[in-house]
Design a binder for this molecule. Structure first.
Ligand SMILES: [Ca+2]
Length: 309
């Protein structure tokens, strides 16, 4: 251990104590729990030390079940592009655990932090995103979609019906996807990737987004994403598993893949999305996902944007 490592470790411990970290709060349980104020080390290391968005799912009151899009909720269930809205009955809460059991197949989009009806809600730029989730992989055998936790360009989604407001290039960050082929076995992958979409062309994607896990997904696991300027990193139970860097002039590391030649500066769209990105939870029709909590950690170099029409 060199001095720098020691100092970094020391800082983590000091801050953890000051914010009242309780080790027992991080232990797995049979039902939902509150994680206290523990700041993940990887968030703290990037300067994201403030809880800027949080839902323990103690009830369904944070969800716009009525589907009005009125402000004051954390989650909305109306969808852009006239996609079929997920019925309110898809969301249940028991012992502080949200279960999303979608009755429709719609790109794994059940809830997002903004409404496309009223164009209100919350969007984000940079930060550390984490959720505690579980699901039964056996459900993959009879369904098309999959449990997902992701970020998508806010302007592209909420202004879908106002073409002059829709960006021609925009980003997507898949924090976690339990991808599987339709009606086929879930092979235990953690899919964590970034995409840069170009209108009428398609998406350029990071090429190292597949991570084989040994996790038992019927038990609780934490999935996490660090998103900062020129860098994204994915975490499973606080262990780093995937990492991508980019810049404004060259190719990303590792190189991206996509339609035709990958443009220089690929992924730099993620450095400053105009309206930020909305956070999305969802799954396939017939592939329920349990969510104990969702947290977003921010700081001086991140933004939380209150969306208005
Ligand atoms: Ca909970």
């Amino acid at each position: 251990m060199d001095r720098r490592t020691f100092l970094v470790s020391g800082a983590v411990v000091t801050v953890g104590v000051a914010t009242g970290f309780n080790a027992s709060a991080a232990q797995a349980g049979t039902h939902g729990h509150h994680p206290g104020n523990r700041i993940p080390r990887q968030a703290l290391g990037a300067g994201f030390n403030r809880l800027v968005f949080s839902d323990d799912f103690d009830s369904l009151r944070t969800i716009d079940l009525a589907g009005t899009g009125r402000p004051g909720k954390l989650w909305y269930r109306d969808l852009p592009w006239n996609l079929e809205t997920v019925p309110a009955s898809s969301f249940t809460e028991h012992r502080s655990v949200l279960t999303i059991d979608q009755g429709v197949e719609n790109f794994n989009w059940g809830l997002s932090t903004a409404s496309s009806i009223t164009k209100r809600g919350t969007a984000f730029v940079h930060g550390y995103y984490e959720a505690r989730i579980r699901f039964d992989p056996a459900d993959a055998l009879t369904t098309k979609g999959w449990p997902s936790f992701w970020l998508y360009d806010a302007a592209y989604s909420i202004y879908f019906d106002q073409p002059d407001m829709v960006p021609t290039r925009f980003g997507e960050i898949d924090i976690f996807e339990a991808w599987h082929a339709e009606n086929d076995t879930y092979l235990n992958e953690f899919i964590g990737s970034i995409k840069e979409w170009h209108k009428d062309v398609g998406a350029y994607s990071s090429s190292n987004g597949w991570y084989d896990t040994t996790a038992d997904w019927k038990q609780w696991h934490k999935v996490g994403l660090l998103w900062e300027k020129n860098h994204a990193a994915w975490y499973l139970d606080d262990q780093p598993i995937i990492d991508v860097t980019w810049n404004t002039t060259g190719q990303s590391t590792p190189p991206a893949s996509g339609p035709g030649e990958v443009p220089d500066g690929v992924f730099s769209i993620l450095d400053n999305p105009r309206k930020g990105m909305v956070l999305i939870l969802g799954t396939g029709n017939g592939f329920p996902m349990d969510v104990d909590w969702v947290r977003v950690w921010g700081g001086r170099r991140s933004k939380v944007i209150t969306l208005r029409p």
